[in-house]
Design a protein around this ligand. Structure first.
Ligand code: ASP
Ligand code: MG
Length: 442
């Protein structure tokens, strides 16, 4: 939700949805653009006792939200909204003063601050809907999304959240109204404000959609949907019209920026279709993600890539016929809290990729106890995804043969068999993605 223009588009989207569906929709909004970052910056400055600078930024946020409200809401309905915005910013200013004294920002306080972007934007959107003649009604997300107390990346408690949604959002839908909630924000059972982690608004959308039993969850973005390749590499990727939850999770995990896989979990569990749409092209059909779509017209569904990987090889004859070896190897990564993306093994060697190099030296040292260790940086992952890979083995063979002149460092097709992943030099990535895209999507 970039700016007042985006909110104006949102109003038209809601109007169309109501004309079509006769009920709802429930609306979950993100903060206005840059606001979450600004809030985190304010908290950091306040904690560093740069109180004056922090207060100046609070003032900027105040003016920006007041201006948006004035642009979107008719004068007669403005006073209570302006008062609510002022109260929220006054609270932020008080927190800044306190942090400047304490010189310490706890995760719990950080969430109080970070949540303000969505609390503000959702109030403005609710009032703007009313101003446009639609029955918008603000719902405090802290009364609707119940989470644990892992501040800054809180985990929703689904049963409690569904009960809270039943009490707050469902009655409004039943009464023909349009509930508006801030995404990203929740609260613990004792009412302490939490946030779901960066990008959490989509997740909130899925939680609300699943909790109220929505017919469809729509994620409105500024892109057309999921694409067949990384647009920074392939100039004219195609739109993926429809794909399965499983395919979307694989593509999203490895770099397709549109949505984070965990965000759609609540939808998967309730089998609710998720549609990604472009708010600037509201009439386009976007990308529809469902449990069991019809077979894709193309052999593959999409490509995704991830750069900046490091490959670590461990070679040891002690691995031959031994058991427990892999466990000891993976314990090293666990000990140094480093996630492994792709693994391949043979009888005497293991190769893994990591993207977090912070503990690399310690990891290499620990692994050296098991055998010879070698490390290669500047690697990339390229992954071809498609449900059809499961039943049509020729597709994987074709993908690998298209890449025959590219040195592949690792090749993996895991149990899901809907993905074939290769690890290659980062400098070969663009060429390899082009080749695959030409072969399967041109
Ligand atoms: N405003 C939050 C963020 O910037 C949540 C979101 O936009 O999804 O991460
Ligand atoms: Mg977002």
């Amino acid at each position: 939700m970039a700016d007042p223009d985006a909110i104006a588009r949102l109003i038209e989207i809601v109007r169309r949805a109501r004309a079509r569906d006769g009920r709802g929709p429930a609306v979950v909004v993100s903060a206005m653009s840059g606001v979450t970052d600004a809030l985190l910056g304010i908290a950091a400055r306040a904690g560093a006792a740069e109180t004056e600078e922090a207060q100046a930024q609070v003032e900027q946020l105040r003016q920006r939200h007041l201006a948006a409200a004035r642009t979107l809401v008719p004068a007669a309905a403005l006073p209570p909204l302006l008062a609510a915005i002022e109260a929220q910013l006054d609270e932020l200013s008080a927190v800044v003063t306190a942090l400047g004294v304490l010189r310490e920002v706890s995760p719990r306080t950080l969430d109080v601050v970070a949540a303000m972007g969505e609390l503000l934007s959702s109030r403005i959107v609710a009032a703007a809907l009313v101003g446009a003649g639609l029955p918008g009604e603000w719902v405090d997300a802290r009364r609707a999304i119940v989470t644990n107390d892992t501040y800054t990346s809180a985990v929703p408690i689904i049963a409690a959240t569904n009960a809270a949604l039943e009490a707050t959002v469902v009655p409004l839908l039943d009464a023909g109204r349009v509930p508006v909630l801030g995404g990203f924000v929740g609260a613990t059972v004792d009412g302490h404000t939490t946030t779901l982690g960066r990008g959490g608004s989509d997740y909130s959308g899925a939680l609300v959609g699943a909790g109220v039993g929505a017919a469809e969850i729509q994620i409105w973005t500024d892109v057309d949907g999921m694409l067949t390749a990384d647009p920074r590499i392939v100039a004219t990727p195609k739109l993926v019209p429809q794909l399965s939850f499983a395919e979307a999770a694989e593509l999203a995990y490895f770099g397709a920026k549109v949505l984070h896989p965990s965000t759609i979990l609540p939808a998967i569990e309730r089998n609710i279709p998720v549609r990604i749409l472009n708010s600037r092209k509201a009439e386009a059909s976007g990308t529809l993600i469902t449990a069991d779509p019809p077979a894709s017209a193309t052999p593959l569904t999409g490509l995704a890539a991830k750069r900046g990987l490091t490959v670590i090889d461990i070679t040891s004859s002690r691995m031959l016929m031994a058991y427990g070896f892999l466990r000891r190897v993976f314990e090293v990564f666990e000990q140094f809290r480093t996630a492994v993306d792709v693994v391949t093994t043979s009888e005497v060697s293991v190769s893994v990729t990591i993207d977090d190099r912070r503990q690399l030296d310690a990891i290499v040292e620990a692994l050296s106890r098991f055998g010879e260790v070698s490390v290669e940086g500047d690697m990339a992952l390229l992954c071809a995804v498609g449900d059809r890979l499961r039943n049509e083995p020729a597709i994987a063979a074709r993908a690998v043969s298209v890449l025959e002149e590219v040195p592949l460092r690792m090749i993996s097709q895991a149990a899901s068999r809907r993905n074939i992943t290769v690890i290659l030099r980062q400098s070969d990535l663009a060429h390899a993605m082009h080749r695959l895209h030409e072969e399967f999507f041109a």
